[in-house]
Design a protein around this ligand. Structure first.
Ligand code: G3P
Length: 218
C-alpha cells in the first residue's frame, strides 16, 4: 500500500519526504485554504517540492465544460498533476474526456462501491472513497472499501483505489490489510504510525544496558 499525504502544508510534505516514505499527495480546497497562502502559490510550491510524485489538485467548477477547462489548466502546472473531479454526472462525463486526452484523474467524494465501479469504467486513474465521512454518518466506511477492492479484483479494474478521509491509525492498518493500493493519510496520523511506546521503552533500556556494559562502537 502506497502512502500519500493528505495535506497542502509544505512543511508536512517536506517532513514525510525526509522520512523517505512519501509516495504522493492529495489536496482539496479545504486543505489548500488551511495553508494561509494563495491557492496557486501553495499548489505550485508542492509541485516543485515533489516533481516525481502524483499530486492531486481539485477542480472548483461543477459543470462539464467548466471542469474540463479547469482540469486542462491544472494539468499545465506539471506532469505530476492529477486532477481531482467530484463524482457527479457532470464529473464522470468530464473524466471520460480527460482520460482520452491523457490527463490523470482522481474521482473524489466517492461513498459507494457502485460509484467506484463507474469511476473504473470511465478510466479514472484513481478513485477516492471517503471512509471517515461514512463512519461519521454511522455507516462503516471500511465495508464500502472492502466491496470496492473486491469489485475491482473480480472485474480486473486498473483504477487505483485511494482510501481517503482516513481518521486514525486503525483505519490505515485495516486499509493495508484490505489490499488497498493507496491510503492518503493526514500528517498527524502518519506521525502516530511511526511511534510505538514499546519501541521507546525498549530503546531506553538498551541504552542503559549499553552504558552498564561500556559498549562504545566507534
Ligand atoms: O482528501 C479528502 C479527504 O481525505 C478528506 O478527509 O477528514 O475531511 O473527511 P476528511
Amino acid at each position: 500500500m502506497k502512502i500519500f499525504v493528505d495535506t497542502a502544508k509544505i512543511e508536512e510534505i517536506r517532513q514525510v519526504k525526509e522520512w523517505g516514505i512519501l509516495e504522493g499527495i492529495t489536496t482539496n480546497p479545504t486543505l489548500l485554504s488551511q495553508t494561509g497562502k494563495p491557492w496557486k502559490e501553495a499548489a505550485l510550491e508542492i509541485l516543485r517540492e515533489v516533481p516525481d510524485k502524483p499530486v492531486s489538485l481539485e477542480v472548483i467548477a461543477t459543470d462539464f465544460e467548466g471542469m474540463l477547462k479547469e482540469a486542462r489548466e491544472l494539468a499545465k502546472f506539471g506532469d505530476n498533476v492529477v486532477v481531482k473531479i467530484p463524482f457527479t454526472t457532470e464529473g464522470i462525463k468530464a473524466v471520460k474526456v480527460l482520460t482520452a486526452e491523457g490527463i490523470k484523474t482522481n474521482v473524489t467524494l466517492v461513498f459507494s462501491s457502485l460509484q467506484a465501479l463507474v469511476a473504473g469504467k470511465i478510466g479514472a486513474t484513481y478513485v477516492s472513497p471517503f471512509i471517515g465521512r461514512l463512519d461519521d454518518i454511522a455507516y462503516e466506511g471500511l465495508l464500502v472499501l472492502e466491496e470496492i477492492v473486491h469489485l475491482y479484483e473480480i472485474y480486473g479494474i486498473e483504477t487505483e483505489i485511494i482510501a481517503a478521509s482516513v481518521r486514525n491509525v486503525d483505519h490505515v492498518r485495516r486499509c493495508a490489510l484490505l489490499g488497498v493500493d493507496i491510503a492518503t493519510i493526514p500528517f498527524s496520523i502518519i506521525k502516530q504510525m511511526l511511534y510505538h511506546p514499546l519501541t521507546e521503552i525498549g530503546l531506553k533500556r538498551f541504552l542503559e544496558d549499553a552504558k552498564k556494559a561500556n559498549i562504545s562502537i566507534l
